[in-house]
Write a protein that binds this ligand. Structure first.
Ligand SMILES: Nc1ncnc2c1ncn2[C@@H]1O[C@H](COP(=O)(O)OP(=O)(O)OP(=O)(O)O)[C@@H](O)[C@H]1O
Length: 648
């Protein structure tokens, strides 16, 4: 966000915070940085003083002949020493700056990731304004305005060093004549102030072009990313995409360049404000020395120090502005994300979760697939039924209730199918169950307690969900499955057992590196899986989660891409594998859901029909109608099923 929107007090506070963040870089690098900055800051004044002394003694020595040359040794050695130290400091400065910024940024980014991933729900993350904060806060510079907090903190230290340079060179000037200090410093402050206003304006203009930047990215990604590459070629989009990209680039940059041109002109107009006082100071110091009103050493040192004064004002405030802007965005993110006040470290919350913990085990063999047998630890839940009690939900920014006073029970060990037309609210139901959104009315309970009171993090340990858009990590097959339960160390046996239940073993057998094959062709030895094979990976991931105690398995369209035979096998194994866990299956394939213990039909956010397949068919309602339509299509050869709604 533009820095000019932030009050002066906040700007000072955020800069102090940047300096405080330096602690994350560790005492040694920060100590080194401070030392190097102090030495570097004092060296211009020291060099000016040594030069003055050297010139003074040199002129005196000229009168005394060779005998007076000995007096030059000390100032000459001092000058050489200052230059040598300056040289050494120069070579150590860059790596130190890098190390401090790198460490600080590492700590900052870890904290940011933690904060974003521990937000209670995902509702805030979907807001465009919050996504804007995420982009700025992530401090991964993509343009001239963005800087990392590490770069900003180092730049602040350098600025403090410049103040030290200003003070020490002012002392050298004052030894010659006190009025040289205001003569040089006051116009320099005025020029600096005008320049920073220019940079602030530039910053605001640049940030104002973010919409155009995002539009440009849409087009440039279309041409450069592998995903859209197919359509770009099929529809001949290449040239069109390039034109759109150029258009948005021009729109984004035009105001910035116009400002840059104007600012360059202003800069030249300001030049006399710098050069005039500088020339006056140098001539005055020379005159004072020539007139014998100050020593030659003091006059020469003042001339040398005059030039340094101006250099102390020419730092790039953009380093600090960019970092301040990242910190402001991360503050806004904290407010928007509703992060729990004291985010409980995993180990502590594991211990606290003892009352709900379930120890599970999985064997690799085909017969030892029952995973998730809960052991009573502390106060094991008595009634593991999940209840939706008059639950309503309206998405933020909308006034239509997607879920409308819905009542539903999910019983332990039950295979419950949820069906309904597109947009009926099935996926929303799953997101509410997972606590990714909070109901706007009613409550969801487990073991009689509101899941919000159980604690969403703790509640989610009882859940395992395969979303329609589950994540396809560019990692090995085994890692993709083991990410179903990152709270415990990966267990290859359990991975293979879950893979077997999901029918993944046959896929893995054909992969070049078996379970270790990376699932991305962009990686060495990697492969791309088909849509159905990926679904089996997603399914295995959810089944793997059950080994750490997930008691409710939710599958949102898990078999849409599976062929009929694989789907049948997967369900057969799932029935054995689930043990006493509840399985909620959302599917449009009614031939699949007829096997469920109970089927509920969702219509406009409410349960309108509930019962077994036979009961619902006998009731001759919407479900029966949908089933008959699908069966008729199967009969006409639109699917490879043997008879009405049957999958084999
Ligand atoms: N993040 C969101 N913000 C606003 N509205 C949303 C959001 N996600 C879904 N909706 C709306 O909520 C309604 C229900 O969507 P949902 O995805 O729950 O339906 P569904 O029954 O799962 O549909 P499908 O069978 O097509 O997957 C839809 O009208 C959809 O437009």
């Amino acid at each position: 966000m533009p820095v000019t929107w932030v009050s002066a007090r906040q700007q000072v506070l955020v800069r102090l915070r940047l300096l405080k963040m330096l602690r994350a870089a560790g005492p040694l690098p920060v100590g080194g940085l401070v030392m190097v900055t102090i030495v570097e800051s004092l060296s211009p004044a020291a060099a000016a003083a040594a030069l003055g002394l050297l010139v003074g003694r040199l002129v005196a020595a000229l009168g005394e002949g060779a005998g007076g040359l000995g007096a030059l040794t000390l100032p000459a050695a001092a000058l050489v020493g200052v230059m040598l130290v300056g040289n050494l400091i120069d070579s150590a400065k860059e790596p130190l700056h890098y190390l401090v910024a790198f460490r600080l940024d590492g700590a900052y980014r870890s904290e940011l990731s933690r904060r974003v991933s521990t937000g209670r729900t995902i509702a805030a993350l979907e807001r465009p304004s919050v996504q804007g904060h995420v982009e700025l806060a992530r401090a991964d510079p993509r343009n001239w305005t963005e800087r990392t907090p590490g770069a900003g903190a180092v730049a602040l230290v350098v600025m403090v060093g410049r103040a030290l340079t200003l003070a020490s060179t002012s002392v050298v000037l004052a030894v010659c004549a006190w009025w040289l200090v205001p003569l040089l410093v006051l116009p320099a402050i005025a020029v600096q102030w005008l320049s920073s206003r220019d940079i602030d304006r530039w910053f605001v203009l640049w940030r104002g072009g973010q919409t155009e930047y995002h539009r440009r990215r849409v087009w440039s990604d279309a041409n450069l990313d592998a995903g859209p590459a197919k359509e770009v070629r099929i529809f001949g989009l290449g040239e069109h995409v390039v034109r759109r990209q150029l258009h948005h680039t021009r729109e984004q940059y035009a105001p910035v360049w116009a400002h840059q041109r104007a600012s360059l002109t202003r800069h030249w107009l300001l030049a006399p404000m710098v050069v005039g006082p500088l020339a006056a100071a140098m001539v005055s110091a020379a005159y004072l020395a020539a007139a014998g009103r100050v020593s030659l050493a003091a006059g020469t040192a003042a001339i040398s120090a005059s030039a340094v004064i101006y250099r102390t004002f020419w730092g790039d405030p953009r380093d600090v502005l960019g970092a301040v802007s990242a910190l402001n965005a991360s503050d806004r993110l904290r407010e928007a994300l509703d992060v729990p006040p004291a985010s409980v470290p995993p180990e502590a919350s594991d211990a606290a979760d003892a009352s709900y913990a379930s120890a599970t085990s999985a064997g690799p063999g085909r017969t030892a697939q029952r995973v998730g047998t809960a052991q009573r630890v502390g106060t094991e839940p008595q009634d593991r039924t999940v209840r939706f009690e008059e639950v309503s939900f309206t998405y933020p920014g909308s006034d239509r209730a997607v879920i409308d006073r819905l009542d539903l029970e999910i019983r332990p060990g039950e295979l419950l199918a949820v069906v309904g037309l597109n947009g009926a609210g099935k996926s929303t139901l799953v997101k509410l169950l997972a606590g990714l959104y909070e109901p706007t009315g009613g409550r969801i309970t487990y073991d009689g307690a509101d899941i919000r009171d159980i604690g969403l993090d703790r509640w989610r340990r009882h859940l395992s969900v395969v979303f329609q858009d589950f994540v396809r990590y560019h990692l090995s097959v085994a890692d993709n499955v083991a990410l179903g339960s990152a709270r415990v160390p990966p267990d290859r046996h359990a991975v293979e057992a879950a893979g077997l239940a999901a029918g993944l073993d046959a896929v893995v057998d054909r992969l070049p590196l078996g379970w270790d094959t990376p699932l991305a062709r962009t990686r060495r030895g990697g492969v791309d899986l088909s849509g159905g094979q990926w679904q089996q990976v997603g399914l295995a991931r959810a089944l793997y989660a059950m080994r750490t105690g997930a008691r409710v398995l939710v599958l949102d369209e898990p078999t849409a891409h599976l062929d009929v035979q694989t789907e049948f096998e997967v369900f057969d194994r799932l029935a054995t594998y689930r043990g006493d866990a509840a399985v909620v299956l959302i599917s449009h394939r009614l031939s699949t859901v007829r096997q469920a213990d109970r089927i509920v039909l969702i219509d406009r956010g409410r349960v309108t029909e509930s019962g077994s397949h036979a009961q619902l068919m006998a009731a001759d309602g919407v479900y029966a109608n949908l089933f008959n339509i699908q069966a008729e299509r199967f009969r006409q050869g639109y699917n490879d099923c043997a008879e009405d709604g049957e999958i084999s």
